[in-house]
Structures are given as structure tokens and as C-alpha cells.
Design a protein around this ligand. Structure first.
Ligand SMILES: [Zn+2]
Length: 330
């Protein structure tokens, strides 16, 4: 199958993990920011997680350099715009970008400015490239519920203007959800949709919590439901869509190989899944690459791909009008 030519949906893509290395060099030079190397190839190596990465925590280390150069309105706008360009180039027709606004206030930007700058990049990218996009605000678990609340409050006025959902991200400890029940409830009342990183590296019970306590409509990763029947059944019965990111899961040691990755098996068993990169630069991939990696090791037909595409459209946090349009593309 020519995956590149097929229309694609991406629901799980971190902005700070998807910055072009060349752009990092440009911005570091222009804004006089110190980074460990100014050699493009060396920089690329520092940004990419090796396949022999020891853990999720080591994987998350790769974000330090991009975060350093994502501290101005112009850099946020540009990086977002370029991400839309890169995604459109491989026929992603709808993209949900996520990032943690609290990481971009080191040089004095307010959370509102951080969000507005990314929305500006989305609007310009939508105008110039054949793609639609929306924004998910990630709250970092290790920063706690108060920090999450500041993000939810700051993003409130942008609901309906490109901000569509809230997410909890970062290193995953068992039982993290309880602390965030109140803030996610408030977010839902404001109109945010909810997706939660859970079950990424082996803790299936976090998926149960994310659905039962936080009312997650989608789960980032969810690989660990394969080992916990309660989580598996809950995902299936509630039509929760799993945003799956095979290469990232290899790098964080959630799975050992593409053969072992449960994406296609889950799909065959009636669970809704979608193909995502997680991070285009850190995982050195794109959605085409993720489809090819799984397509190589399973017997995926066009009808299979189409069903996964349609499920991804259904799970998108967008209007019925845009979903209708996306469904005409395949
Ligand atoms: Zn993620």
C-alpha cells in the first residue's frame, strides 16, 4: 500500500518533539540562545531518541533543547507553521498538535501569549497548506493540579478558536489520575474534550482511572491494556480510541518490536486505534512511517486502513462539518 498517498489523520503529535533541527539552529542563532552544538548532524543526533533508549524518562530528556528555543512568540508561531507544512506534505489532512504551555514562559511570555502564538501558526498553516488542525493543551503531571488549573484557565478563552482539549502528560506513575479529578472536571464543564496519556509503559490500571475518574474519551498509547482485562474491556465497551505511536513505544521499551506492537491486533479485536508519531523529530518518523512499520509486519488491507482512518476521524476533536469533509477524502 502506498501509505504516503493515502489521506491521514494524526491525533497525537507533540509540538516540542516535532521541531525541524534546522529551525532549532536558525532560532538559536537569531535569538542568541546557547545550545550544545551548532552542527546540524550532531544536533539531529542529540534530538533523536535512540532505539536503545532505556526508559520513558530517558526519552523525555530529548525535549530540553527544543524547549530552550521555544520561548518567543515568533519561534512558537514558526515551529507550528512548519509542523503543518511537514504533515501536509505527507498527506495528513487533519492534525491535532499538543504541547505544555507552562514550558514556554521562561522568557516572560504569558500562558495566553504562548497559546495565541501557536494558534497563529495553525491559522497561517491552514491557509497555506491543505490541512486542518486543532490544539490540545497538555498539563505536566509532575507539576501537579494547581499548574494544570492555570493551563485550563488560560486556554478557556481559546475554546472554539482552535483549542479543543486538555491532556495529562509526562512520566507516568501508578494512580496519577486521582490528583487531577477536580481540574479535569472543571475543564470538561468549560467545554474541553479530554485525552490522557495512560498505560504507556506498563500500568494498565491508569487507563481504568483515566476513563472512570477523568472521563477520557481517548487514551494516549494505552499499550498496557493488553495485560489488564478490566482496562481492555473498558476501552472496548466505551469506544475509547487509542492514540498509538509504535516507534515511540519501541524507544521507551513499552514494546520490543513492531511485531509485538498491539495496534493491529487491537483493531482486529474491535478496539478503535489511530496511527500517530508522538514526536516527529525525537522518534525520527512521520505518520507514513508509522503505517509502513506496522504494515510491514501485519497483513493490512486497504479496507483495514480505511476503517482505522474512519475511526480516527470519528475520534477527532473537531466539528461534524470537518469530519464530514475528512470522510469524503478516502
Ligand atoms: Zn505523547
Amino acid at each position: 500500500m502506498d501509505f504516503k498517498a493515502l489521506p491521514k489523520i494524526e491525533l497525537h503529535c507533540h509540538l516540542d518533539g516535532s521541531v525541524r533541527p534546522k529551525t532549532i539552529l536558525d532560532i538559536a542563532t537569531k535569538e542568541n540562545i546557547e545550545i550544545p552544538t551548532y552542527d546540524l548532524e550532531q544536533l539531529r543526533k542529540l534530538l533523536e531518541a535512540p532505539l536503545e533508549c532505556k526508559s520513558l524518562v530517558e526519552y523525555l530528556d530529548r525535549f530540553n533543547i527544543p524547549i530552550k528555543i521555544m520561548q518567543s512568540k515568533e519561534s512558537l508561531r514558526r515551529i507550528t507553521y512548519e509542523l503543518l507544512e511537514d504533515a501536509a506534505e505527507e498527506n495528513v489532512k487533519y492534525l491535532e498538535i499538543r504541547y505544555a504551555p507552562t514550558l514556554h514562559t521562561e522568557k516572560g511570555l504569558t500562558l495566553e501569549e504562548v497559546i495565541e502564538s501557536v494558534l497563529e501558526g495553525i491559522r497561517q498553516g491552514e491557509k497555506d497548506f491543505n490541512i486542518k488542525a486543532n490544539l490540545i493543551l497538555s498539563c505536566l503531571r509532575h507539576n501537579g493540579a494547581n499548574s494544570a488549573s492555570t493551563v485550563v484557565e488560560a486556554g478557556k478563552k481559546f475554546l472554539g478558536e482552535g483549542v479543543v482539549a486538555v491532556d495529562l502528560a509526562g512520566a507516568e506513575n501508578e494512580g496519577f489520575a486521582k490528583e487531577f479529578v477536580d481540574v479535569i472536571k472543571v475543564a470538561r464543564e468549560y467545554g474541553y474534550r479530554v485525552t490522557i496519556h495512560a498505560g504507556e509503559t506498563g500500568i494498565g490500571v491508569n487507563v481504568v482511572d483515566a476513563i472512570k475518574l477523568l472521563h477520557a474519551e481517548r487514551i494516549g498509547h494505552g499499550v498496557a491494556i493488553r495485560d489488564l482485562k478490566e482496562a481492555y474491556d473498558l476501552v472496548k465497551e466505551n469506544n475509547v480510541t487509542l492514540e498509538m505511536c509504535p516507534t515511540s513505544n519501541m524507544q521507551t521499551k513499552a514494546v520490543k518490536s513492531y511485531e509485538e506492537h498491539p495496534l493491529f491486533k487491537f483493531y482486529k479485536e474491535g478496539i478503535r486505534v489511530s496511527f500517530n508519531t508522538d514526536n516527529r523529530t525525537v522518534s525520527a518518523t512521520n505518520v507514513t512511517g508509522e503505517c509502513e512499520s506496522i504494515g510491514k509486519v501485519v497483513n493490512m488491507t486497504y479496507e483495514d486502513y480505511k476503517k482505522i482512518y474512519m475511526d480516527s476521524v470519528d475520534a477527532a476533536f473537531t466539528t461534524e462539518e470537518i469530519k464530514g469533509y475528512l470522510k469524503t477524502l478516502i
